[in-house]
Ligand binder design. Structure first.
Ligand code: OAD
Length: 245
């Protein structure tokens, strides 16, 4: 496709999903043989699943940690880091992914709205836990936990849980994300099926004047909201796509 020109007064907002890491060998969620085919969301990615069988939840995320450790950033991650280099503060990346491949490719102006695979926190930390609230924040952690007895404990007695936003929980950094979307003049959405909210709504939050481009091998569920759709793999389409003035 024609290159996307970002002029001196313009700002680029990028949203990525599991598809951007597919060429690094990490499974997406909803494609054939995706993670949600092998495991049920209700068993591994909800607060109820954690309450019922925390070891099962940890086995799922321990396996994700093993796979992400082995994976390397691909041409799509590198292309996005290059865009940030060229655009500086006029670039912002919001990822739904919990892997660290964007950082490892060099991205710095990014937020993980669904949490981070290599961080953990106390199950009682965060809002809404009443008298049991624990003030300890998320911390770096690449341990693997396979049994209930192996799950580390916080000083307050709570169990250590993955720093992942489960279904039914609030996505992170939404104020910052809304601010960045409001300022953007081009929105690039890469490798996400448009099935999970609020991320699937970002394209609607962008004003009508904003150029809204989707990149991925198939149309997302919210395809109608985009001004352009580029069918192709992220690692093939993104390098050299953006032209910075
Ligand atoms: P999905 O698995 O729903 O969608 C992945 C998308 O990537 C699909 O639309 C594919 O067409 C596309 N894709 C596959 N290979 C690609 C490639 N090489 N280049 C570009 N695109 C490619 O994953 P997400 O939309 O990211 O949340 O899922 C959103 C959220 O649902 C995840 O963050 C996760 C999940 O449940 C949590 O775990 C909180």
């Amino acid at each position: 496709m024609e290159r996307i020109r970002i002029g001196p007064e313009q700002r680029l907002f990028v949203l990525t999903g599991a598809g951007v890491s597919a060429e690094s060998g990490l499974k997406t969620f909803r494609d054939q043989d995706g993670l949600w085919e092998g495991s049920r969301v209700e068993d591994v990615a909800t607060p109820e699943a954690w309450a019922r069988d925390a070891a099962r939840v940890w086995r799922f995320y321990s396996q994700r940690r093993r796979e992400a450790r082995k994976a390397e950033p691909n041409a799509a991650h590198r292309a996005l880091a290059d865009m940030e280099q060229a655009l500086g503060e006029r670039f912002f990346l919001c990822t739904q992914n919990v892997d660290d491949l964007h950082e490892r490719a060099g991205s710095r102006r990014l937020v993980h709205m669904h949490g981070e695979l290599f961080a953990s926190r106390c199950e009682f930390s965060g809002a809404g836990m009443g008298a049991f609230a624990c003030s300890r924040g998320p911390f770096q952690d690449d341990s693997l936990y396979e049994t209930e007895a192996a799950i580390a404990r916080c000083a307050c007695g709570g169990r250590i849980r993955p720093h992942i936003v489960w279904f039914g929980e609030m996505p992170l950094k939404m104020n910052r994300i809304e601010r960045e979307i409001a300022q953007s003049t081009t929105m690039l959405v890469v490798g996400t099926s448009g099935a999970v909210y609020p991320a699937a709504n970002f394209v609607h939050w962008a004003g009508a004047h904003v150029r809204r481009i989707y990149i991925g091998p198939e149309e997302p569920g919210n395809a109608d909201a985009f001004s352009e759709i580029v069918l192709g793999k992220a690692g093939e389409v993104l390098p050299g796509l953006v032209d910075v003035d």
